[in-house]
Design a binder for this molecule. Sequence first.
Ligand code: WNU
Length: 152
Amino acid sequence: MKSTQATQEEYFSFLRSVSLLRDLPEEKLAKIVDCLEIDYFDKGEYIIREGEEGNTFFIIAKGEVCVTQTTEGCAEPQEIKTLGVGDYFGEKALISEDVRSANIISTENDTQCLVVDRDNFNQMVGTYEELQAYLKEYVEELSRRDERRNAL
Ligand code: WNU
C-alpha cells in the first residue's frame, strides 16, 4: 500500500485494535500495513460469493456486511450473521484450501475493507502458532455449524 505516514500509522493502530491481531509482534503488523489493499463496496454489493475461489482475507475498517449461505430446503440463501468494524472474514477458504463457503454482502454504502492476499495471510498466520491454532479451530467450528444448519 502506498500512502502517507499518517495513514500508515492510522492503519497500524486500527489493526492493533483488531482482537485477532492484538498480540502480533510489531514488525509483523507493520509488514501487513505495508502490503494492505483497501476495497470499497456499495450497499448490496457482493464482497465474496459462495462457491467461488478465493485468495484474500478481509478486515472491516468501515461499515457493515452480512453473511448468507445456501441452506438445504431453502430457496434463498439464509442470513447467518452481520459483521462490523474490526470483524474479519474470508479466512476459511484460505485455511481449508477450499472455495468460499458463504456469501458476504455489504449492507451499507462505502463499506471499507482492508484486504490481505494469501501470501501475506500465510506470513501473518503461518509463523505465529497461536493464531494459526485459533483460526484452525474456529474454521472447524464453522464447518460444524454449517452441517448443523443443513441438518435442521
Ligand atoms: C459460518 N459458516 C461459514 C462467518 C468470520 C470469521 C471467523 C466467522 Cl474466524 P470463506 C465466506 C466467509 C468464511 C467466514 C465467514 O464467511 N463466515 C462463515 C460463517 O457460519 N462461513 N462457512 N460465519 S463470519 C466469520 C468466523 O469467514 O470464509 O473464505 O468465505 O469461506
